[in-house]
Design a protein around this ligand. Structure first.
Ligand code: GCO
Length: 445
């Protein structure tokens, strides 16, 4: 596989998943700290207070990513670290990111920062169900623009707002653990409003930053040729794609989604759509797998309009977290989106696999991840070659880390982390990527 010389190669992480330093430098609690403290929420009863201790080990981690050949790094800023309870700058927290940015600069690595990767400050009353949170996000965006903006060439407002909205407020498996369909749609609206207000606020401070958003679009295939299954798959895509992409382009939600928000519709004000539809410099797309849906099989699912069918591990190749390995889906989902929306230039901001292979005799032979990356990058090369405007790829993730409700039981890193000693061991997949990136660093366009 070959890529253009200008194609950007990076790795991705998120603050809550790697930083630790949970009570240091004036950091406030987030809804994920609260969620972890509730019994039964996290599979291994763990939390993010130490995680990969990146808060202290960032020099080593940046040196490691540089030695592996990554030239781009996508990370998130913890809102709870940089804004105090009065809404003012917390310089101790900002200094952590200044030191991180210094390290990246010294190693010639370009930062790509995400402002919100799910770790909402706990003290924001009502969270994403309160419209005011969207305004507080805009204040936070302006603060980061003022304090760090001169060092950040590329910034995404939100990461995967679908997860915050629906996993957090409908399914309830993510913080804050609410189970209320109408509320989840209102949260989705407030998240997109926050995105729009955040872009406006950032641009009012600086105009030289490339701004975008990171989504995890859905590719949902019907379980059978029955029309009811096709309709179910369509509804799953409307929820995951149209609820987020339509507002970005000033388009109203589909009627099916408007119907599902019910009485909460009054939370959507005239004029909100125009705020959501700020011009974008880029879009980040995260892709892991596809899903398969059938007509709803329970009362609860009837509200959503679909039931997901779990992939059959006897029939399909799965990663350790149970997700189907479906490389052609990367191409299909991007092509589907391009048919419907005028997307700006695309970066694949996450792609990767859970492969829990451990370290044996000093090496980690993560063959499932290696094959996953090979097959997905083969698709990607063909897409770029076919002229789809994809400018770069960030593997998820640099390090094994806190995998949300799965705790530390699922490992997504190309670098193994021994949580007892915090030792980092690059896996076979990291070495393979290193060789690929090296080849392309020296290949003329
Ligand atoms: C995401 C998540 C990551 C997850 C990864 C694997 O943006 O989807 O940001 O935090 O760890 O997706 O589930």
């Amino acid at each position: 596989m070959t890529f253009p010389a200008a194609f950007e190669w990076g790795c991705a992480t998120a603050a809550f998943q790697i930083e630790g330093g949970g009570r240091e430098g004036g950091k406030l609690p987030s809804i994920w700290d609260d969620f972890c403290a509730q019994p039964g929420r996290i599979k291994d009863a763990s939390n993010g207070l130490v995680a990969c201790d990146h808060y202290h080990r960032y020099p080593e981690d940046v040196a490691l990513m540089a030695s592996l050949g990554f030239r781009h790094y996508r990370f998130s800023i913890a809102w709870t670290r940089v804004v105090n309870a009065q809404g003012r700058a917390n310089q101790a927290g900002l200094d952590f990111y200044r030191r991180l940015l210094d390290q990246l600069q010294q190693h010639g690595i370009t930062p790509n920062a995400t402002l919100f990767h799910w770790d909402l400050p706990s003290h924001l009353e009502g969270g994403w169900l309160n419209r005011d949170t969207a305004h507080r996000f805009a204040d936070y965006a302006a603060l980061v623009a003022r304090e760090l903006g001169d060092r950040l060439p590329r910034v995404a407002t939100l990461n995967e707002p679908w997860c915050s909205a629906f996993l957090g407020h409908d399914i309830g498996v993510f913080a804050p653990g609410v189970q209320d369909r109408e509320a989840s749609l209102l949260a989705a609206h407030h998240l997109m409003l926050a995105h729009g207000l955040g872009v406006q606020a950032w641009r009012a401070v600086r105009s030289d930053t490339a701004l975008g958003i990171v989504l995890n679009p859905e590719l949902c295939d019907p379980f059978s040729s029955a029309p009811a299954d096709a309709a179910a798959a369509r509804l799953a895509e409307l929820e995951r794609n149209h609820v987020f992409l339509n507002p970005l382009f000033g388009r109203e939600w589909p009627a099916e989604m408007l119907a599902q928000i019910g009485a909460r519709a009054e939370g959507r004000h005239a004029g909100d759509l125009a705020i959501c539809a700020q011009p974008l410099d880029f879009i980040g797309l995260n892709y892991y797998t596809r899903s398969v849906a059938r007509a709803p099989v329970s009362q609860g699912d009837a509200v959503r309009g679909y039931t997901f069918v779990a992939p059959d591990g006897d029939q399909l190749p799965l990663t350790d977290i149970g997700w189907e390995i479906y490389p052609v889906g990367l191409r299909r989902v991007v092509e589907n989106l391009l048919k419907e929306w005028p997307l700006p230039p695309i970066w694949i901001t996450e792609n990767g696999a859970a492969d829990n292979t451990g370290v044996v005799d000093g090496g980690c032979h993560d063959e499932t991840r290696l094959r996953y990356l090979q097959t997905h990058l083969t698709q990607l090369a063909a897409m770029v070659d076919a002229g789809i405007d994809i400018r770069g790829y960030y593997v998820w993730s640099l390090l094994d880390n806190f995998e949300w409700a799965h705790g530390y039981t699922q490992r997504f890193g190309v670098v193994h982390v021994d949580y007892a000693t915090q030792a980092r061991t690059p896996k076979h997949s990291a070495r393979w990527l290193q060789a690929l990136m090296q080849r392309h660093a020296t290949t003329p366009a």
